[in-house]
Design a protein around this ligand. Structure first.
Ligand SMILES: *Cc1c(COP(=O)(O)O)cnc(C)c1O
Length: 367
């Protein structure tokens, strides 16, 4: 029985403690901006930018999965912005992966740099070499999106701490069920819950988690003062989705492993990346820090036209950006300017029964 299993089971029974006889079993959707508040306002919900019982329940569920205090945000980027603005000040140096989620780099270059933060980037593969002296914050993403390079979290977070910096780990591609950065020494975890946690391609959300009370307080203050609070409806949908995350994640990752093995052996496919395969350069570290290889697969087809034709020909792969939904999806990341080959596809495996999915992929590759 793993800790993940125990947390997944407890998640399904959260919120029952305080119920009175005859109360609704499901989470109430409290759609309000303000609360009845005569007299002394201490200790009760006051205003929707500070409290809302629905998003607080969703935070509680995420906090259970993270095993750490957690704050919910209306998108992954809002969570990342909170972590960066809460930890950086003028004169600081920030290190970002050059091959991670590109919007994080744009945010830093367009908004942190003009306020006097020096933004530097480096390939994920070089993080193992250390060299973090003088960085106030080191931002880590593993497996990286879209290249799926794996960074050793325990070693990197320890090296950042030894240099006096704060480590922020973007755990979007694995979720708290697949990888536990806080257990491996990270100061802050950030994640886009738009992906597998919400999982139905209908909600944007994100969260931060940290076991350092000063850091959580600072990110909470950022949210309260700058205003990126989740809507109750979105929080309610995420809360509902979290109840099935464990079964969805298990199916997605198990299917991804099967599909990755078969794609790796296919003559039309080159440079396949899936950290769950023993042949992947990230596998030795992935085995230590990830519970599965994940549900994302990266690979090259011959060129742009071949990759676009594959997407057009495979009815069980949605051509969408984003990932982690119930349906399998893929995209040619070079269309956004990512530093990948023109025929590179990032494939996100969904919930389709795996043999049906493989038959569709195999047929589209043959055309
Ligand atoms: C999608 C994504 C984000 C941003 O999340 P949004 O919910 O779209 O704001 C951040 N990091 C990674 C790794 C992502 O894949």
């Amino acid at each position: 029985m793993s800790g993940d299993e125990v947390r997944a089971a407890r998640l399904l029974h959260l919120g029952v403690e305080g119920l009175s006889k005859g109360a609704a079993r499901s989470l109430p959707l409290v759609q309000t901006s303000t609360f009845h508040l005569p007299g002394d306002p201490a200790g009760v919900p006051g205003y929707g930018r500070m409290n809302n019982p629905t998003w607080e329940a969703t935070e509680k569920a995420l906090a259970l999965l993270e095993d750490a205090p957690t704050r919910l945000f209306p998108s992954g980027m809002a969570a990342i912005a909170a972590a960066l603005f809460a930890t950086l000040k003028a004169g600081d140096r920030l290190l970002l992966p050059s091959d991670g989620y590109y919007t994080t780099r744009l945010l830093a270059e367009d908004f942190l740099a003009p306020f006097g933060v020096t933004v530097e980037t480096r390939g994920s593969a070089t993080f193992a070499e250390g060299g973090f002296d003088g960085f106030a914050v080191v931002f880590i993403e593993t497996p990286s999106n879209p290249g799926l390079d794996v960074i050793d979290l325990a070693a990197t977070c320890a090296a950042v701490r030894a240099s006096g910096g704060v480590s922020i780990v973007d755990n979007t591609t694995m979720t708290a069920l697949g990888q536990r950065p806080l257990d491996l020494g990270a100061d802050i975890v950030v994640a886009s819950d738009t992906k597998a946690p919400a999982g139905h391609s209908d909600v944007l959300a994100g969260h931060v988690a940290s076991r350092d009370p000063a850091l959580i307080d600072r990110m909470t203050l950022w949210r309260k003062l700058s205003g990126p609070i989740p809507g109750p409806q979105e929080a309610w949908l995420l809360h509902r989705s979290l109840e099935t995350l464990e079964v969805r994640f298990e199916r997605m990752c198990a299917s991804a492993h099967v599909i990755a093995e078969r794609l790796a052996a296919h003559s039309a496919v080159a440079n396949l990346r899936y950290p769950g395969l023993p042949t992947d350069p990230g596998h030795p570290v992935a085995r230590r820090q990830m519970t599965t290889g994940g549900f994302l697969i990266g690979f090259d087809l011959a060129d742009e036209a071949t990759a676009e034709a594959f997407l057009a020909d495979c009815p069980l792969i949605d051509p969408t950006t984003s990932f982690g939904g119930t349906h399998s999806s893929a995209e040619r990341r070079a269309r956004w300017g990512d530093a990948v080959a023109p025929g590179f596809l990032r494939l996100s495996i969904g919930l389709e029964p795996v043999e049906v999915l493989w038959t569709a992929i195999d047929a589209a590759l043959a055309r």
